[in-house]
Design a protein around this ligand. Structure first.
Ligand SMILES: Cc1ncc(COP(=O)(O)O)c(C=O)c1O
Length: 337
């Protein structure tokens, strides 16, 4: 991890090293938190957060599903995120908002434990390695099934759910693979440990539906739209495990990993990045980096010269420190991808 200067916590900016929490915080014990993984890219028109509103909507829905009342509106979190990027002089970053039950009660019915909110933003390159986006990765079908909708909520991006992802990821890494592919409780293909999955068969792009326990990935949504705009047929349907091995192409999508081809699954060779993967990937990377005019509406541009006072007036308590105000002051971080 590459520390930066400030983290936003409960309405204030605190030094990175001072962003501590009490050891009896509820979320630390039970995973009672919801979060997002978001990226800001340094586009030709300035820094822009990709599909920011969609991420904030999902954060609110995740919170609702786990009965967490967010003390800040999506707009307050959005403004605080912009201000955090400005103050940390980040033109591109991985952004991690987290809302969790804090200190106050260790009972499971913890309505009295406060909901603490933090936002961190820091440089983070491609999750599965820069090379993975060109060369592809090796994946292993996990012996761990994705959390079942009968016992938990796969649709929520909740902290506790990631114990499941961590088991799968650890198993695959220990076996020498780059990533895990989880099946759902019925045995159909679900997703990667931190990415959605797409399979190309007979020229059609297939991806598991919401009923297959997937997280409703924002990049999944984007790639479906881009692929359709490029003229491909995208079908959301159950995918049998063997279809992974029979696939012409397989790729993963996610904020951290972006779009990564899969070249091998278990002991089956899929092959290098295929034509469809490369075509969609090129447009997707253009969309992320603000090079595709037709997808500019997905970008939430950060006004690098904005004054924090408007945000402070609106209740986000953004503090009074000086903010960087020119591109030169702010432009020390190179794009993540
Ligand atoms: C389990 C899981 N599935 C899918 C995704 C992809 O979601 P998104 O494209 O919104 O980043 C992620 C990453 O957030 C994830 O953690």
């Amino acid at each position: 991890m590459d520390p930066v200067e400030l983290i936003w916590r409960n309405g204030e900016f605190v030094a990175w090293e001072d962003a501590q929490t009490h050891v009896l915080s509820h979320g630390l014990h039970y995973g009672t938190g919801v979060f997002e993984g978001i990226r800001c890219y340094d586009t030709p028109r300035g820094p822009a957060v990709f599909r920011h509103q969609d991420h904030l909507d999902r954060l609110e829905k995740s919170a609702e599903l786990y009965y967490l009342e967010l003390p800040y509106s999506a707009e307050e979190i959005r403004r605080a995120t912009h201000e955090l990027l400005r103050r940390n002089e980040l033109r591109s970053a991985y952004i991690r908002p987290l809302a969790y039950r804090g200190y106050g009660s260790l009972g499971l019915y913890a309505k009295d434990a406060p909901v603490d909110v933090i936002i961190a933003a820091f440089p983070w390159g491609a999750y599965l390695g820069e090379e993975s986006k060109n060369g592809g990765i090796r994946a292993k079908v996990s012996s761990w099934r994705r959390i079942s909708p009968a016992g938990s909520i796969p649709h929520a991006k909740a902290s506790g759910s990631y114990l499941n992802s961590i088991l799968a990821k650890t198993e695959s890494a220990n076996a020498g693979y780059d990533e895990a592919i989880l099946l759902d409780e019925r045995g159909f293909v679900c997703e990667g440990s931190g990415e959605n999955i797409f399979v190309v068969r007979e020229g059609e792009i297939l991806t598991p539906p919401h009923t297959a326990s997937i997280l409703d990935g924002i990049n999944r949504k984007s790639v479906i739209q881009i692929a359709r705009d490029l003229g491909y047929t995208v079908v959301e349907r159950d995918i049998a495990r063997a279809e992974l091995y029979l696939a012409e192409e397989v790729f993963l999508t996610g904020t951290a990993a972006e779009m990564v081809p899969v070249r091998e699954i278990d002991d089956h060779e899929i092959g290098g990045p295929g034509e469809i993967t490369r075509h969609v990937q090129a447009k997707f990377m253009d969309a992320l980096h603000g090079r595709a005019d037709e997808y500019l509406e997905w970008l939430d541009f950060v006004d690098v010269a904005a004054d924090a006072s408007a945000d402070a007036r609106d209740g986000a308590k953004l503090g009074a420190e000086e903010i960087a105000s020119t591109d030169e002051e702010i432009g020390r971080i190179t794009p993540a991808a």
